[in-house]
Design a protein around this ligand. Structure first.
Ligand code: UD1
Length: 422
């Protein structure tokens, strides 16, 4: 990913107050945009956030011949002229999630050639489960010189697929591939994340026959074609969660609207355990932080366990807890890059393999720190808002991938964050 020359200057110590409307989900929008390729007509997706990752996916669709138009947060994709062109390394490397076009292109055209999306900062992120599932559906997959070629000249066939681990991306790719396959596909040990349910709802609104998303068994009856539709993406549970931790760490009072509270259950439970007051409404959540949180132990797990995408933010909070917390990361092997940065700010964290022992300190101090990835960056913004003096945060292009103008939203609540170019 290209380095930007922008940084955040963050003055700590402000108290936040007010209401924030949560955006549509990035991780729901990405597979849904990839899924538009399944349809030879025009599909409208509503409430898509303005983020760099979304722009990257739009660039992939445009490159493949789709006509992509944006009107505010609504994106219209006309897939009638799409062809399965070779997708270059330059396009694929910009974003890991571009691998989600594999299933739809293969199902619609029977042929895909794309560069391997490569590793990323939080782990190696292989695609073996995507390939294993597609092979079970009759695809022939070759990997050579960093490129993946997948072929199914006579179409994909329904299959029984058991995922070794409940991979979100593999479940989504296989659902999209199976939507246009001949016969019935059953995905067992499927990921149960809310974004998978949203993908099912979107695909079914195009005429797909899928049920079971949200459980560990998803059944897909293939259909011969999919038709135009309109779909509104679900609210972003990770953006919401990050604002919830912001309220707790700055001892503030923030209300979030446009949320599906059930999707936030794992985080609500942990915040309450830490002594933070959380009031859950029908489509809103209010978080009131006061005093130091209590130490809590966290183990990241597939949904409905505690999300790995909230681990860095929660660690930022627990650096200020009374007592010692143990955080175990079970999903990604390299997701503690925020630890040395939090230490620079005065946190007391001991790392041993995939476990971090966080001994709470009474306060953090500002420092020069760097975001290594999206959620690590979000965690550093939180720590900096709670710190006693100013922080310079570098690497904010990672944050822009997943949070829309984060400084504007926080500043509207009373934070002091300035974006500077150097
Ligand atoms: C998605 C999310 C990401 C989140 C992650 C886990 C999107 C765009 N990204 O990523 O924000 O952190 O889910 O909730 O939705 N694995 C394999 N083989 C595979 C595929 C995955 O071993 O073929 C492993 C991975 O290395 C990892 C685990 O499965 O250890 C989970 O990864 P996965 O659920 O696939 O994550 P993504 O879909 O890439």
């Amino acid at each position: 990913m290209e380095r930007s020359n922008q940084k955040f200057l963050i003055v700590g110590g402000s108290s936040l107050r007010g209401t924030v409307k949560v955006n549509g989900s990035k991780n729901a929008s990405l597979p849904i945009l990839a899924g538009t390729l399944l349809c030879a007509g025009t599909v409208k997706i509503k409430d898509v956030p303005h983020l760099q990752d979304i722009k990257n996916m739009k660039d992939v669709l445009t490159y493949l011949g789709a006509r992509v138009e944006c009107d505010g947060k609504d994106i219209t994709v006309d897939g009638s002229q799409v062809q399965s062109l070779e997708i270059s390394e330059e396009l694929m490397r910009r974003m890991r999630a571009s691998n989600l076009v594999l299933g739809s292109l293969l199902a619609r055209f029977g042929y895909v050639k794309m560069s391997y999306p490569g590793g990323c900062n939080i782990g190696s992120r292989p695609m073996n489960l995507h390939f294993k599932g597609l092979k079970a559906m009759g695809a022939v997959i070759r990997e050579k010189f960093g490129y993946i070629t997948a072929e199914a000249p006579s179409g994909l066939q329904g299959a029984e697929i058991h995922l070794d681990v409940p991979s979100v991306g593999a479940t989504e790719n296989l659902m999209m591939a199976a939507a246009l396959a001949q016969g019935v596909t059953v995905i067992r040990n499927a990921a149960k994340e809310p974004e998978i349910e949203d993908l099912q709802k979107f695909l079914n609104s195009m005429g797909a026959k899928i049920n079971g998303a949200g459980t560990d068994t998803i059944k897909i009856e293939g259909v011969s074609e999919l038709r135009p539709t309109e779909h509104t993406v679900i609210p972003d549970r990770i953006e919401a969660g990050t604002y919830m931790v912001a309220a707790a760490i700055t001892k503030s009072d923030i209300t979030l609207t446009n949320v599906i509270p059930a999707h936030l259950d794992p985080l609500v439970a942990k915040l309450r355990e830490a002594g933070v007051k959380v009031t859950v409404g029908e489509e809103s959540v209010r978080v009131q932080g006061a005093g130091r949180p209590k130490a809590v132990d966290i183990k990241t797990m597939p949904y409905p366990g505690f999300p790995t995408d909230m681990q860095p933010q929660m660690m930022a909070l627990l650096t200020l807890a009374e007592g010692t917390s143990v955080i175990t990361e079970t999903i990604f092997e390299n997701r503690f890059k925020h630890v040395p940065e939090l230490r620079r700010m005065g946190a007391d964290i001991y790392l041993e393999g995939n476990t971090a022992v966080v001994r709470g300190v009474p306060s953090l101090s500002g420092a020069y720190v760097e975001a290594s990835d999206l959620r690590a960056g979000a965690a550093l913004v939180l720590a900096a808002m709670a710190a006693e003096d100013g922080t310079v945060l570098d690497g904010i292009e990672h944050i822009d991938r997943g949070y829309e103008r984060i400084e504007k939203k926080y500043n509207a609540l009373g934070a002091r964050i300035i974006r500077v170019s150097s």
